[in-house]
Design a protein around this ligand. Sequence first.
Ligand SMILES: Cc1cc2nc3c(=O)[nH]c(=O)nc-3n(C[C@H](O)[C@H](O)[C@H](O)COP(=O)(O)OP(=O)(O)OC[C@H]3O[C@@H](n4cnc5c(N)ncnc54)[C@H](O)[C@@H]3O)c2cc1C
Length: 520
Amino acid sequence: MAGLRAAVELARHGEVLVVTKESVAESNTHYAQGGIAVAMEGDEDIALHLEDTVNAGDGLVMRAAAQALVAEGPVRVAELIEWGTNFDAEAGELLRTREGAHSLPRILHANGDATGAEISRSLAAFARVHKRIRFAEWTTITGLVVADGRVIGADLLGREGGLERVNASGVLIAAGGAGQVYSDTTNPAVATGDGIALAVGAGGELADMEFYQFHPTALSLAGAPRFLLSEALRGEGAILRNERGERFMERYHPLLELAPRDVVARAIFREGMGAEQGAEPGASRLVHLDMRHIHGVDLHKRFPGISATLGRYGLDLSRDLLPVRPAAHYLMGGIKTDLHGRTSMPGLYAAGEAACTGVHGANRLASNSLLEGLVFGARAAQAMLDDGFSLLATDALESIPAPLTADEEARAEKIISILQAAMWAYAGLLREESTLRLGLAAQQSSAAAIEELAGRGKSSRRLAEALAMSSVAHAILASALARTESRGAHFRNDFPQHDDTNFLKHSVFSRAGQVVFEKW
Ligand SMILES: Cc1cc2nc3c(=O)[nH]c(=O)nc-3n(C[C@H](O)[C@H](O)[C@H](O)COP(=O)(O)OP(=O)(O)OC[C@H]3O[C@@H](n4cnc5c(N)ncnc54)[C@H](O)[C@@H]3O)c2cc1C
């Protein structure tokens, strides 16, 4: 979303190269289900969207960023529609649904529960007809080129292992989230936090890395990916039940199943796994989503994608109890930018989930992230143009690194899965100093092992991802350790309350591994 929107803007004035690890279609954007939040009804509607966003962020939303998001959202969404995105409509009127913590129904959706796929299809098709946009698909950016403190290009690893260096006066990182850092995630395989790691590795700063949103209801079946069962199911009346069949949310929040995401996620975690954070998936007590009592809505028609996926696992959403567990979903933090995508390094810009403008604060309002990519993708491109962006040349690098051997690839895979399990166990929904320190120790030993592999002068996408995940894990752990309070998505068992005196601030993580807190 963010990268393509920026490319369209940049292409009005010059040549752009869009690089994606797999096909353009494979991204977090593609998997977005529920929809895109946008206030299309004028100033009052925009003001309410702003308040909902600020309230969800638990004291840390950067108000000016949220104001830009909600005020520019309607124009950007109108452009999307003009460019070919088909949102669901009836009699010429766009359909809107409501999600948790939104005061009004303002979520546009497409094909029921496949909003991201429709946006990514239409935006990619629109971008592909621009002659000035070139695509390098199945290509991994493995490094940024820095000279005199300025980013002047990037190194690209092709599918066949060849390296190229692209020189440019500006590089925009729109590389999405990092859910793959955790063993349980709703994110696809490409979401390994590469962009965030590249930025901090080159000398940029990260912010708010302790704030990872865990989605409460991912499908929990042994051997199956953590497919998302959208919040909209609970919006339609789905109930959560523990293994004894009890509706347990009554014990946790007056809004029951529609309580804020982090409250529901922690409740499911506690009911399902007790305090055993490191419990193996499947080894714990099961929590289910129950829609069997819902009549009068054709659930299969309302949620065609979810219904079809469940069908592949022999489950019917109107007849069966659906096993669920929380999973890492959305990173509120990321590369620290100003309101125009500028990072602390000249020549380096960031937008979308990889960036942190402070727009989400400590917790994201549902369906605000697609809008974020759209609004801040366009803003970052404008800043690049204002700063004199130009794509200069592509050079094949002379040294072609050897690929990893099969044994080395297997070793990289093993190191990654140890790191992912440690992050889930020690830096997941419930954190405390002792577990975070265990997490740091595991991360340090993973880092040493992966750096030893990297030191052999070879190259592969998986190796680059392993390095990235280790670096992102470090930032999450260090930031979570430093924030000795609970706020938004970050919950510390040893500091369960807010501490407004010390922590109404954003954490900033730098390459040296230090965390400082800043008021924005
Ligand atoms: C299952 C699911 C459901 C969601 N539902 C919603 C929803 O209903 N509403 C909502 O607002 N948000 C939703 N979200 C969140 C939202 O989809 C994402 O936050 C948003 O789409 C991120 O967009 P982006 O442009 O920043 O990154 P992405 O869409 O993730 O794109 C990142 C791109 O960067 C590329 N990339 C990454 N690393 C490299 C590298 N090293 N080299 C080259 N390319 C690289 C990837 O290949 C990819 O093409 C959902 C997310 C998930 C996972």
